[in-house]
Design a protein around this ligand. Structure first.
Ligand SMILES: Nc1ncnc2c1ncn2[C@@H]1O[C@H](COP(=O)(O)OP(=O)(O)OP(=O)(O)O)[C@@H](O)[C@H]1O
Length: 295
């Protein structure tokens, strides 16, 4: 089996006495676009900074392509774009590209120029004169051009208009495929990630609540509608009830399946990804995590 791009084993990080992230375990194969989703303060930035080697774990272990992310030998293989998109305001776009090329031996200046050209961002403009959206695009381009194997993006589309958000996510998919990258990106908004990501990690309250391949997450959940007297039997297993609802004689439930056996009196339908994520967010005590075995 090949080395996972990201392997996190029971990792936690605290600031002072407060844990921002706990019992976090993930194994992400190379080549995936990983969507990290969760409400404010869930621990997304903390996890991304652990992967980028900007923070060390307070407990547990983090590995990126088999190495500790703080190992200097791995630096050229990881690119990190922070939430505030830092750029030297006095540098022109051309100067930023030149500077990035000097710092990064694998930097692909032709790719960076051509992407920014395609976006209509002039090479002579200074970073301080860019709009918020243009700034996000320039910072993203520099991160993608670094020649890294893992690109970590903290809320890359937060400043973009709806068309810009859509275009960036589409570009990300293309670039990931063309360059054989692994991308981990965060957002509060599932709809930003839904079409582009093939792996989903849902964080809430510093814990991983749901993680897995998007196709598996979709296939393993079902939305049920049926007579209210069926609802109680769901608690006897083997399935996990993520959320329940209904009124009077009708019951509804969103269930994670553990096998094919379901009472045939339930009417079952395939839920959307957003419906699944919302069900978990509303029920923080339920989780669905793949087994992570340390290599
Ligand atoms: N440098 C720090 N010092 C102390 N506490 C911190 C620090 N950075 C983050 N935290 C705390 O850790 C928790 C997780 O923060 P984090 O920034 O990782 O969340 P997030 O999911 O990225 O949030 P957001 O979506 O608002 O950016 C929060 O409770 C936050 O207050």
């Amino acid at each position: 089996m090949s080395v996972p791009a990201v392997l996190v084993t029971e990792a936690g990080r605290r600031y002072g006495r407060r844990w921002a992230l706990r019992h976090c375990s993930l194994a992400v194969p190379a080549g995936r676009v990983v969507g990290l989703i969760g409400p404010n303060g869930a621990g997304k930035t903390t996890l991304l900074r652990l992967l980028a080697g900007l923070l060390g774990p307070s407990e547990g272990e983090v590995r990126v392509f088999g190495r500790s992310p703080t190992d200097p030998a791995g630096l050229p293989t990881v690119a990190f774009l922070p939430q505030d998109k830092p750029l030297y305001n006095r540098f022109t776009v051309t100067e930023l590209i030149r500077y990035a090329r000097e710092l990064n031996p694998r930097f692909d200046a032709a790719f960076a120029r051509s992407r920014l050209d395609g976006l209509g961002i002039e090479p002579g403009i200074r970073a301080g004169q860019l709009s918020g959206g243009q700034r996000a695009q320039v910072a993203l381009t520099l991160a993608l051009a670094k020649g890294a194997d893992l690109v970590i993006l903290d809320e890359p589309v937060a400043n973009l208009d709806p068309l810009g958000r859509h275009d960036v996510m589409r570009d990300l998919m293309t670039v990931t495929e063309e360059r054989g990258l692994t991308v981990v990106l965060s957002s509060h908004v599932l709809s930003d990630l839904e079409d582009a990501c093939d792996y989903l990690v849902l964080l809430q309250g510093g814990r991983v609540q749901l993680a897995g391949e998007v196709d598996d997450v979709r296939a393993s959940h079902v939305a049920l509608n049926g007579p209210a007297d069926l609802a109680g039997a769901l608690d006897e297993g083997p399935h996990t009830v993520v959320a329940r609802g209904g009124r009077g004689r009708q019951a509804t439930a969103l269930v994670r399946l553990a096998g094919p056996h379901l009472d045939p009196r339930w009417i079952a339908r395939e839920p959307g990804l957003e419906e699944i994520v919302l069900a978990y967010l509303r029920n923080p005590e339920v989780s669905a995590l793949p087994k992570v075995v340390a290599a």
